[in-house]
Design a protein around this ligand. Structure first.
Ligand code: PLP
Length: 394
């Protein structure tokens, strides 16, 4: 397998991130000589168990939690499903859920198929977003009811980076004695999070979005929150998730969390400045381009820009000629190019939603890379527009 990373300009960090070299170093002993089972009685396994516990406290530290509130899972998707299905089982008489129209498929598809997982019908309120991607809080207040089992609202949107006021929303849910879950997969490691004083009952995070490996995640379960496990099995994770722990990845995630805390300032200054340079440069140099999502309350690393009258997939293919990696807002579903449900919910016009590109940066990006992308994008868009039947230059 040949993946010549040095030639790649990687701006697709909301899809997945490079595993930090420090994380690889921390993991290596647990892929080689330290192979004991963390549950074993002998010292050889017990040492591995101690490494898992160290990682648990490293994760807890990053999000202002107690290590007892951290349960390791296999990914963000598992954490999301566990939280929702747990709440529905803990309060079987409540048959209403509140979420938003812009959630990741991990929540969106679960909520659309609750009947299949639970055998019951649920009323699901999907809160609408404004044109800038923000939520209408009055509508949220109206939706909360005594029948609501759980609210699930993402901390930050994976496509636009728009940040939702989850602290306030959780407090409002608490007043109505409703559980609150947040999918913080895109937020953890990028913006400061301190759960200690918040009314958030469940939080999901995923290793591969913060420079740890794929296949490890966390569900934060606030102390005292009723909980029903998703995976029955052994006594691992205090009986909250059966299955022998993915030790090396858990150790890697712990190390990634300490790194994220160390790098948080850089993420919010240098990475934000690179993102702004890229965004401002593209909007200035490409006619009929527009920013999707509010400018202020956004993740520091993400920008989502629509280039009207061209297809996102075609843009990505042209970018690929220069080894520039990003994502488009459209997904090729059964042969037709559907614009993203997030941009559709925001009411982004058809001609713009199809041509949206998400650039998501990380601490590994440089100014030279941003300038290279700024040089290559305008001719790519101009070339594609020449072929577009909808494009008429003024
Ligand atoms: N939630 C959000 C907001 C995401 O962006 C993602 C991944 O893209 C997930 C959940 C799913 O995480 P995982 O890939 O770890 O299952």
């Amino acid at each position: 397998m040949n993946c010549p990373e040095k030639d790649v300009i990687y701006m697709d960090n909301n899809a997945t991130t490079k595993v930090a070299p420090e994380v690889v170093d921390a993991m290596m002993p647990f892929l080689t000589e330290c192979y004991g089972n963390p549950s074993s009685m002998h010292n050889f396994g017990g040492q591995v168990g101690s490494a898992v516990e160290k990682a648990r406290s490293q994760v807890a530290e990053l999000i202002g939690a107690d290590s007892k509130e951290i349960t390791f899972t296999s990914c963000g998707t598992e954490s999301d499903s566990t939280a929702i299905l747990s709440a529905l089982q803990a309060f079987p008489e409540k048959r209403h859920i509140i979420t938003t129209r812009v959630e990741h498929p991990a929540i969106k598809n679960l909520c659309e198929n609750l009947g299949r997982f639970t055998g019951h019908n649920y009323r699901v309120t999907r809160l609408q977003v404004e044109a800038d991607g923000t939520l209408d809080m009055a509508k949220y207040e109206e939706a909360l009811s005594d029948e609501t089992a759980i609210v699930s609202v993402m901390w930050a949107n994976n496509e636009t980076g728009v940040i939702f006021p989850v602290e306030k929303m959780a407090a409002m849910a608490k007043e109505r004695e409703v559980l609150f879950h947040t999918d913080a997969v895109q937020a953890v490691g990028k913006i400061p999070i301190n759960l200690a004083q918040l009314d958030i009952d469940f939080l999901s995070l995923s290793g591969h979005k913060l420079h740890a490996p794929k296949g490890v995640g966390v569900l934060y379960i606030k102390r005292g929150t009723p909980f029903v496990p998703f995976l029955a099995g052994g006594h691992q994770e205090e009986g909250r998730r059966g299955g022998t722990e993915n030790v090396a990845s858990i150790v890697g995630l712990g190390r990634a969390c300490t790194l994220a805390a160390e790098m948080m300032d850089e993420e919010n200054t240098r990475v934000r400045a690179l993102r702004d340079r890229l965004e401002e440069g593209l909007l200035a140099s490409v006619p009929k381009s527009m920013l999707n999502g509010i400018k202020e309350d956004r993740l520091p690393n993400t920008t989502n820009i629509s280039f009207e009258f061209v297809e996102g997939e075609a843009i990505l293919l042209h970018m690929d000629r220069y080894n520039i990696c990003a994502s488009s807002g459209s997904a090729c579903t059964s042969g037709s190019l559907e614009p993203s449900h997030v941009l559709r919910a925001m009411g982004v016009p058809f001609t713009a939603a199809h041509g949206s590109i998400r650039y998501s940066l990380s601490i590994y990006n440089t100014e030279a890379e941003v300038d290279f992308v700024l040089e290559k994008m305008p001719p790519i868009i101009a070339e594609l527009r020449e072929l577009s039947p909808f494009w008429k230059a003024d």
